[in-house]
Ligand binder design. Structure first.
Ligand SMILES: [Zn+2]
Ligand SMILES: [Zn+2]
Ligand SMILES: [Zn+2]
Length: 837
């Protein structure tokens, strides 16, 4: 499992658990994208199969087994992270009901006119032999040959036109040396002078606009090449004239379409020229191998002016990493027309994007996104459920037939598409276009991004757990690369079919980097596998690492970072252990003190807990988990409890008589805090929280209203109903000042430490400390004794610290007036209470 998966799954789990504790029905149905090239490639390789030789159904069955195997392995890992979900009933895009959902969405889009068949250039991987979508293309540097070819010539055999910029300036250049004449755009003049010396022009310059309709000859095949206008022709570089191949480029296709030029694409699935290519001796040669041949021919024909190597960013296949082609073939597209694009753009305003820049990011992509090529010429996917007229390829439009297809998919999955013929599904009505009554089934499969893109239709609203869920209640949570991927591929079908986005909130997280901000890779040797962390430290350490990081940016993971996480974890764990350990003789039914009878310090601790709850839930609601952790761990468990409250309460817990009201008061607060903390921490430290809960259960220390089965079946704690609880921060402040004074007195040898120190104190009037008598004040400050100070100072003066009267009590080690048995009065009472009556 990569670190990024752990980050993603844990973030989702924290939200699901928090919402559940908050009383929302928050089912998490884990899902798996099962189809696609990675498995297909892997399986073909392992089995030594060839796409052309293996049958579709046997292949699909093997791929299903293969995918199921990986699903089970991943499932175990996600469970081990403590992720709660319907693991026995996940959704899988390979399951019959899901494939039926894909088919249904596809046909609905077809009926509404969004999905059409078209022949236009698409990204094509000649290695994988399939069309690719925008999201499956990676850009990498590639060196290509760029050639400058003599007028009236062009470079590639699929060329049908020459494009001029409509406002470009074109002049006739005549070489002073060779008297050859060239029609070039302004940028080309310099180029020609470099080759043929200073030139002159005997004719006035013309605008590109007037060159529309000019006819030139393609030097490779002598075909006519027509002059057309295109805005994308550069006025700064090159010659000002660009060759156009409408079958091999998006821009070229648009220009070609407006001039009615033929879409020539004489290239086969493997990227080799077909026999239609002219000159046709290139047939069978791959386009990459043909390049130097063509250049050589142009040179021989003396039409090659110049050849330069350029390194540019060129699209490559995401799967096999080879350079790809633009190739026109009949494909299914989800059309993104102007009205639809506007609807998509507007729909983003109805989504809560976290962080906010997510909206700008997806808008940038939506504004320019091309039509979505939905068909793939592969095996491992959901069949495109369309029937095509045997004679004219017109798709059959017939709801009843289609309903039958969906019903069959639901029963048998997509295999049935390949096992039965068109007539079996009822495709027998005459073609609407040509009247022929015979159909063949589409053989292509649906792009896997469409599979996951319709999960809102195939899962939400179909599964009983999610029935009645409003779209606005749905959150999508993925890495920030999914603006380009899943968020977009989900938005398109949803807006087309329902007019609304499929989600109400989209939360993105960054990527996991090492301590120095580098991506993790095997070659750098900086990979930290979550499985190993779980084995070494337990899953809660991985969860806490996720919880303490601000995931909105890229997230760091290194041993140093882990060490800090482990340290925080230990402190939280020790706090919980201390709370539980001091409840050993506490029976809540018998010993819990009423809230209005608590000792002021215990009331203050519960007040601090209330404040923590309020802050933590605010940050949980904002999905700012690093702030939840800072509140719970740093501010509460460490600063308030561990370093102060629990520390000064030790004396009361260990040395007061078991039933002393002050001791029972402290235990009551401990008991409330332990149960509350288990619940608040549960979404983050799920294992530790459950362990705490089960300890409370085994020791009969749950309240009657608590659900003993699991901490997750309890509501998020509500504030402890206190009235006028003192503020813990004031106790803390006083204790810090007292500690400083004692430390200085200790250094000068006046006292040994807090146990023998007497402090003269002037307590601020009206504050929480003012209501305490001297003994109580000494207890909450953790010192031997205090006495009212005369000097008008709020803080103790180091010089005023003296040794407390009396001697060290043999039981509590505080300096007090002692009984003949060597005990202070409190300890003597406690001993008496412990004697059997
Ligand atoms: Zn490929
Ligand atoms: Zn027909
Ligand atoms: Zn004592």
């Amino acid at each position: 499992m990569p670190e990024g998966h752990a980050l993603n799954k844990i973030l989702k789990d924290i939200i699901v658990k928090y919402k559940s504790l908050r009383g929302f029905r928050s089912p998490y149905i884990p899902g798996w994208d099962c189809h696609g090239l990675p498995i297909e490639h892997q399986l073909m390789k392992e089995k030594g199969w060839d796409k052309r030789k293996v049958g579709r159904v046997p292949f699909r069955q093997e791929a299903t087994r293969y995918a199921e195997h990986w699903i089970e392995a991943q499932k175990r890992e996600f469970k081990r992270l403590g992720v709660l979900g319907e693991w026995d009933r996940p959704y899988k895009t390979l399951s019959p009901d899901y494939e039926a959902g894909i088919a249904r969405a596809f046909y609905d889009l077809f009926e509404k006119g969004y999905v059409v068949q078209d022949k236009k250039p698409v990204y094509w991987c000649p290695t994988c032999e399939t069309a690719l979508a925008e999201a499956e293309v990676e850009y990498a540097d590639k060196t290509s040959t760029s050639v400058f070819v003599k007028f009236p010539v062009v470079e590639w055999p699929a060329n049908v036109a020459l494009a001029f910029h409509p406002e470009g300036r074109y002049r006739l250049y005549e070489s002073g040396q060779t008297h050859e004449r060239f029609l070039v755009g302004d940028p080309g003049w310099k180029l020609l002078e470099e080759m043929f010396g200073p030139g002159k022009s005997n004719a006035p310059a013309v605008e590109g606009l007037s060159l529309e309709g000019l006819v030139a000859k393609n030097p490779l095949n002598n075909n006519d090449s027509q002059g057309v206008l295109a805005e994308f022709v550069s006025a700064e570089e090159g010659t000002g004239v660009v060759h156009i191949a409408p079958g091999h480029g998006e821009d070229d296709h648009v220009v070609g379409k407006s001039y009615g030029l033929p879409v020539l694409s004489p290239v086969d699935d493997r990227g080799r020229f077909t026999p239609e290519v002219l000159p046709n001796d290139l047939a069978g040669v791959s386009v990459w191998d043909a390049n130097p041949v063509i250049v050589e021919r142009l040179a021989k024909a003396q039409t090659l002016l110049k050849e330069v190597k350029i390194t540019h960013s060129y699209p490559h296949c995401w799967r096999c990493k080879n350079p790809i082609l633009f190739r026109a073939a009949l494909q299914w597209f989800l059309k993104v027309g102007d009205a639809f694009r506007t609807a998509l753009i507007q729909s983003t305003n109805h989504v809560d994007w976290i962080p906010e820049y997510g909206q700008e990011r997806i808008l940038g992509m939506l504004r320019t996104r091309p039509d979505w090529c939905l068909s793939r010429q592969r095996y491992w996917g959901t069949p495109i459920p369309m029937f095509l007229c045997e004679q004219c390829r017109e798709p059959l439009r017939d709801r009843a037939v289609f309903d039958r297809v969906v019903a069959e998919f639901e029963k048998h999955g997509g295999d049935v598409w390949y096992e039965k013929d068109a007539a079996y599904f009822g495709a027998t009505t005459p073609c609407a276009k040509c009247g022929h009554a015979g159909y063949r089934k589409e053989e292509d499969i649906v792009d896997v991004w469409f599979d996951s893109g319709v999960s809102w239709a195939a899962v939400l609203g179909r599964r009983p757990e999610t029935r009645g869920t409003k779209r606005t209640d749905v959150m999508y949570l993925e890495g920030s690369d999914q603006h380009r991927g899943w968020f977009q591929t989900s938005l398109l079908p949803a807006v087309a079919l329902t007019g609304e986005p499929p989600f109400g909130r989209v939360l993105t997280h960054g990527f996991v980097l090492d301590g120095q901000g580098r991506a993790m890779s095997k070659s750098l040797g900086n990979v930290i596998a979550p499985q190993e962390l779980i084995q070494k430290y337990g899953a809660d350490i991985v969860r806490l690492w996720v919880a303490v990081t601000d995931y909105r940016e890229d997230v760091r993971l290194s041993q140093d970072i882990l060490d800090r996480v482990i340290d925080t974890y230990r402190k939280i764990r020790n706090t919980l252990r201390f709370l539980l350990g001091n409840l050993a003789d506490f029976d809540p039914g018998k010993h819990a003190r009423p809230l209005n009878a608590l000792d002021p310090l215990d009331a203050a601790a519960l007040g601090a807990f209330n404040e923590t709850l309020e802050k933590a839930s605010r940050h949980y609601d904002e999905a700012a988990f690093h702030l939840v952790t800072a509140t719970l761990a740093d501010s509460f468990c460490i600063n308030a409890l561990s370093e102060y409250y629990l520390d000064v309460r030790k004396d009361v817990l260990y040395c007061d008589a078991p039933d002393a009201p002050r001791r029972r008061s402290a235990q009551t607060a401990f008991w409330i805090i332990a149960r509350g903390l288990a619940k608040v921490l549960a979404p983050l430290l799920s294992f530790t929280a459950e362990e705490t809960w089960q300890t409370l259960r085994e020791e009969n220390r749950l309240a009657p209203e608590d659900n003993p089965e699991s901490v997750f079946l309890n509501p998020f704690p509500s504030p402890v109903p206190l009235t006028g609880a003192p503020v813990l921060a004031e106790f803390l402040r006083a204790r810090r000042a007292v500690n400083e004074a004692i430390e200085k007195a200790r250094q000068t040898g006046v006292v040994k430490g807090a146990n023998d120190a007497l402090l003269p104190l002037k307590v601020p009037a009206g504050g929480p400390l003012a209501s305490l008598d001297a003994a109580a004040l000494a207890s909450v400050l953790g010192v031997a004794a205090v006495q009212p100070a005369t000097a008008p100072v709020d803080t103790p003066e180091p010089g005023a610290v003296t040794v407390a009267p009396g001697a060290k009590c043999g039981r509590c080690w505080l300096w007090r007036e002692l009984t003949p048995a060597g005990l202070c009065a409190r300890c003597a009472d406690a001993e008496r209470a412990a004697q059997p009556a």
